[in-house]
Design a protein around this ligand. Structure first.
Ligand SMILES: [Zn+2]
Length: 89
């Protein structure tokens, strides 16, 4: 059993390998989802953590997820690999 994978950019759970992003050589990324990462690069390389937060919030509200789930995802976001080493400002 592998631990549940979450995207290290947007915190989305990746249940299906087809939802993973792809590397340059076409293999699946073990860290990012297909919405964030394709062909070895981020889809939105200039997005800031604040932008990602509002994107996720909107997306999860569209999916009608409970507010607790939304808040939890937002709170882990800055600790994900993509953001935690990012010096803001
Ligand atoms: Zn993602």
């Amino acid at each position: 059993m592998q631990p549940k994978l979450i995207c290290q950019s947007c915190s989305m759970p990746i249940d299906n390998i087809k939802d993973r992003g792809t590397e340059k050589d076409g293999t699946y990324s073990s860290e990012y989802c297909k919405y964030c990462y394709q062909n070895g690069a981020f889809v939105n390389p200039d997005i800031r953590v604040e932008d990602m937060k509002s994107f996720i919030e909107k997306k999860m509200q569209e999916m009608k997820l409970p507010q607790g789930v939304v808040q939890q995802s937002l709170s882990i976001l800055p600790h994900l690999k993509r953001w935690k080493n990012n010096k803001q400002g």
